[in-house]
Each structure stands twice: as C-alpha cells, then as structure tokens.
Design a protein around this ligand. Sequence first.
Ligand code: UDP
Length: 177
Amino acid sequence: MALKYKRILLKLSGESLMGEQRFGISSDMLHYYANQIKELVAQKAEVAIVIGGGNIYRGLSAESSGIERVTGDYMGMLATCINGMALQSALETNGVYTRLITAIEMRQIAEPYIRRRAIRHLEKGRVVIFSAGTGSPYFTTDSAAALRANEINANVILKGTRVDGIYDSDPEKTLML
Ligand code: UDP
C-alpha cells in the first residue's frame, strides 16, 4: 500500500509513555510505540518524533514548589531528553536506526540540533527523535512539534496523547470538575 505521507512528524506526549502508571515510563508503552514506528519505517516512511516530558516534569508545576518558572521549564526540557533516551533504546533494541537530537547541548548523550543534518538522517531512513523541545522556556513540546515539522518540511503532524480530540480548555482539568 502506498503511503499517504512520506515524512511524518510524530508528537508523543510524555504522558502517553506512562500507560496505566501515574508517573514515569511504562515499558509496555515503549515497546508498543517502538513496534508501531518500526512498521512505519518498514513502509519507507521518514519518521521524526518530538517527545514530551510531562510524565516526569512540567515547568508550570515548578512554581508551587518554590522553583523559579524558567528553571522548571529547563527541568521539563531535560525530562524530554530522558524520555528520548528511553525511546531511542527501545527502537534500537527493535532493530530501528535512530538519532537522538537535543535542542540543549549535551554531547555525550545526543546530537545538537542542526537542521540540514536532521534532514539527512531522515533521508537515510533513520528515525530522528527531537528532545529538549525548542530549547527555550515558556514553550511546550507541542510548539516544538509545529516548529520542527515546518523546519524539516514534514507532510503531516500526528499526535499521540491521552486526550481524544481538540479542546478549548484543558480536558484533564475539565474532567476533574
Ligand atoms: N518545555 C519548555 N520549552 C519547550 C518544551 C518544553 O520549557 O520548548 C518544558 C515545559 O516546562 C513543559 C515541559 O518542558 O511543561 C515538558 O514538556 P510538555 O509539557 O510539552 O510535555 P508533554 O505535555 O508533551 O508531555
């Protein structure tokens, strides 16, 4: 079957990695995503992933614990790198070639973001995992997904998340009312 989209930007929220857990990374979810992504790659799709961090840390929740907002946002960005490493490991164990790219330099762990290099990885059939969001506080990984999708000329943005549609307010909060 011919693929409808050649180059895909997949946004995976941190929470989507939690599965039934209340926190952290579920190995079942990791393997589930790794298998699905492997299938996409086998069909010659070029896959870039922007990974979230909400399962570990969100900058907004920092302020109430006495941590400055900007510091909290950087902590949230580091959380996305932890998730990115987990996803990279699950994919590579599954035989999928990957590159972990970060918007905040940490050379021992991930490549710095260089647009043309990221595109080259995709052309070579490697799954690119973008971590550390945009690299700037006061943003979210959804913004990073929109930004990177445009930068790499993705044909579509797909989002794996816990909510089932588009809301005009936070559905997790609405549910609690
Ligand atoms: N974050 C940020 N700049 C970015 C991306 C993320 O400051 O470009 C911080 C922000 O604090 C956010 C946290 O990282 O709450 C985790 O990202 P996000 O909430 O988007 O993760 P998701 O909801 O997808 O799990």
